[in-house]
Design a protein around this ligand. Structure first.
Ligand SMILES: Cc1ncc(COP(=O)(O)O)c(C=O)c1O
Length: 378
């Protein structure tokens, strides 16, 4: 019987352990796997790098949720991104956003400095800018991130896929802030979906991991798998097991986090201390119409506030909350707040009056009261 993604997630692909009947998958800590008298492997795995059964199980679940042909797990989200970049031909033309996760942007810029790639940036808030940045016949990769951390610019994935196809380029989507319970980029025409699984996929702020999911098992994917195996940026079995455990509740976590964020965004719009609330779920957000089309399971728990009092007010707000914890990262069950600019540095386009919020599973009334009290102190 075909099962819906919610069911696949809740039952972690319904893999009952054949030896014991355990309904929870075991964690396979073995680094190596035995062969029989004919030197044939007894099971499907031979060595922990590239993956053992627990890592393969987590990858298979993410692959199923994204509707992909195959997936690989990495030791971090940036290791997953690095694998996509590393398999490009030397000197490849790569198009990426001006406003995107600053770590991935730094990585791309460091590759350009070394001469490994040639970069062109486009403004994700200008719907026609991507087509202008692409060089038909020369661009090898279009890298988009939507909604993009921390300004939450929304990029039209289907349109970007169309642009990539007509230019002969591949489209990779960093979908960290829009996990498959809300956006399935491969269905919209992307070639790769990349995740920092550290965020929503695991969701409990206790695992560092990444994933790449592919639409097709082609030559480029084989090169990426070879890179994965040869460089060994793979997670341990326990991390992979925790990731499976986290994925089981992805849909309900995301639903609650989206509801909490929407309530905060709606309530904070028009607050005298706030110049702008950046949240794709608000009709006033420039990317709202696209987000409504491609984020079918909610707009997520991530929003940013721009404070009228500037950088000082932003720093004060982040230091004044009591329920929101002042810490970096996103997508966990606990709510976090962060003044972003000092983290990203002077080169970043993130304004210095911006505070990023990652809503968790707490009572919305507590989150609201916490922010209102903290805003009074600013
Ligand atoms: C959108 C996005 N992509 C990638 C990453 C990198 O992930 P990791 O910290 O797992 O390497 C992050 C981390 O914050 C992120 O927010």
């Amino acid at each position: 019987m075909a099962r819906r993604p919610e069911t696949l997630a809740a039952q972690a692909l319904h893999r009952i352990d054949v030896e014991t009947g355990a309904v929870i998958p075991p964690v396979h800590l073995a680094t190596t796997y035995a062969r029989d008298g004919a030197n044939a492997l007894i099971g499907a795995h031979d060595y922990i790098r590239p993956e053992g059964p627990t890592q393969a199980h987590a990858a298979a679940l993410i692959c199923a949720l994204e509707g992909g042909a195959d997936a690989r797990l990495f030791s971090s989200g940036l290791a997953a991104a690095a694998a996509v970049f590393a398999t490009l031909p030397a000197g490849a033309h790569v198009v990426a956003q001006t406003k995107m996760y600053y770590g991935a942007k730094k990585l791309l810029q460091s590759l350009e400095t070394k001469g490994a790639i040639v970069l062109a940036f486009f403004d994700p808030d200008d719907p026609d800018a991507l087509a202008r940045a692409v060089k038909p016949g020369a661009t090898a990769l279009i890298w988009i991130e939507t909604p993009a951390n921390p300004l939450w610019s929304v990029v039209d994935i289907a349109r970007a896929a169309e642009t990539a196809r007509s230019a002969g380029a591949r489209l990779a989507v960093d979908s960290t802030s829009a996990p498959p319970c809300t956006t399935r980029s491969l269905d919209l025409g992307a070639d790769y979906v990349v995740h920092s699984a550290t965020k929503y996929l695991n969701g409990h702020s206790d695992v560092l991991a990444g994933a790449v999911v592919t639409r097709a098992k082609d030559e480029a994917w084989q090169a990426l798998c070879d890179h994965h195996s040869l460089t060994g940026a793979v997670p341990g079995a326990f991390e992979a097991w925790l990731l499976i455990r986290g994925l089981r509740t992805l849909f309900v976590r995301f639903e609650r986090q989206s509801a909490n964020a929407l309530r905060l965004a709606q309530s904070l719009e028009g607050h005298p201390g706030i110049a702008q609330v950046l949240y794709p779920g608000l009709p006033a957000h420039p990317g709202h119409a696209i987000a409504a089309r491609q984020m079918t399971g909610g707009y997520g728990g991530l929003l940013s506030l721009r404070l009228r009092g500037g950088a000082k007010a932003a720093a004060q707000l982040a230091a004044s909350t009591e329920v929101f914890i002042q810490a970096t990262s996103i997508g966990g069950v606990e709510s976090l707040i962060e003044h972003r600019k000092p983290i990203e540095g002077p080169q970043s386009p993130t304004p210095d009056d911006l505070v990023r919020l990652s809503c968790g599973l707490e009572a919305a009334d507590d989150l609201m009261a916490d922010l209102m009290t903290a805003l009074e102190r600013v």
